[in-house]
Write a protein that binds this ligand. Structure first.
Ligand SMILES: NC(=O)c1ccc[n+]([C@@H]2O[C@H](COP(=O)([O-])OP(=O)(O)OC[C@H]3O[C@@H](n4cnc5c(N)ncnc54)[C@H](O)[C@@H]3O)[C@@H](O)[C@H]2O)c1
Length: 276
């Protein structure tokens, strides 16, 4: 093999939900390998600050920010057109955007809605971003890749794409049994659905040189309440949650020629949680 298998020089990468916690890490990971990184987000100011962290908008910086609401087909098409016009192509798509509930102390638990009362509107809103958004972006950007020699799509799923949520993790003291907060049903359905989309597109576009894989991260420590962290870490063989930058290596592997014979797979990187 000649050259660096991880080298992404000359490739343009689009990250959805790129202004969020992990989106910034994916952006930094791909920039480290020399890619031109387009940070997109429905929240344009977070996309801009993430791109600024990579040197934009100074001349010569291989980074930029573009507004994109993944749930809105017109916004996805406008973003694709803007990327093609400004950077001339797209070679990597990271479907990362999601509306996820965060486990926080002091929150009232309303965001962790039980199944019996799960509102249809919330189901539709979360599916629109996490699953339909990945469909729309894959269609818009992946079709361009398929017509222009290939590329890579990376779907960001979760360890909950291969295991059920352990609802005991989210329990709160002093709350009635039938009102205990839970991980929402949408999370499991979206993340498992992304693995289905991954397999479908991997085979559909294999002959066109578009590789499609999923990365399933375990939970990242981000100041969650002690009780939650203690319960979760006892379920993880490595005995701790992930640090936010620990997925960078996997993103670099999955988006580069280092993984050139890998397609249709779900790489579960969870400190061993799902094998225990
Ligand atoms: N944080 C974790 O522990 C963890 C673990 C496993 C998987 N994940 C997955 O990683 C991904 C990123 O998670 P995160 O923790 O960085 O979340 P985050 O909330 O920090 O980031 C999500 C981003 O998506 C954006 N977004 C929301 N709706 C959008 C829309 N309609 N169009 C475009 N962008 C939209 C938000 O503005 C936000 O910037 C998610 O898919 C999440 O499910 C996270």
């Amino acid at each position: 093999v000649t050259g660096d298998r991880f080298d992404l020089a000359g490739r343009v990468a689009v990250i959805t939900g790129g202004g969020g916690m992990l989106g910034r890490e994916h952006a930094a990971a791909l920039a480290e390998c020399g890619a031109t990184v387009v940070v997109t987000d429905v929240d344009e100011s977070t996309a801009r600050s993430a791109a600024e962290a990579l040197g934009a908008p100074s001349a010569g910086a291989k980074a930029g920010a573009v507004h994109m609401d993944v749930a809105d087909p017109a916004s996805v098409a406008a973003c694709r057109d803007a990327v093609l016009e400004r950077w001339g192509g797209v070679h990597i798509l990271v479907n990362n955007a999601a509306l996820d509930p965060k486990v926080r102390s002091g929150s009232d638990g309303q965001e962790l809605t039980r199944f019996e009362h799960f509102p249809l509107a919330q189901w539709e809103r979360e599916m629109a971003v996490g699953l339909t958004g990945a469909f729309l972006c894959s269609q818009a950007f992946g079709s361009w890749m398929a017509e222009h020699g290939g590329g890579v799509i990376l779907n960001i799923a979760s360890d909950l794409s291969v295991i059920a949520p352990d609802q005991r993790l989210y329990r709160r003291d002093g709350v009635a049994e039938d009102e205990q907060p839970v991980k929402p049903v949408t999370y499991s359905v979206i993340k498992t659905g992304l693995v289905g989309l991954t397999r479908y597109l991997a085979t559909f576009w294999a002959a066109k040189g578009v590789r499609v894989n999923a990365l399933s991260p375990g939970g990242v420590f981000a100041g969650q309440p002690d009780a939650f962290v203690r319960r979760l870490t006892t379920l993880i063989p490595m005995g701790r949650m992930a640090e936010r930058d620990e997925y960078r290596g996997a993103v670099q592997f999955l988006c580069s020629d280092a993984s050139r014979y890998l397609t249709g797979q779900n790489v579960v990187m969870d400190g061993g949680r799902s094998v225990w």
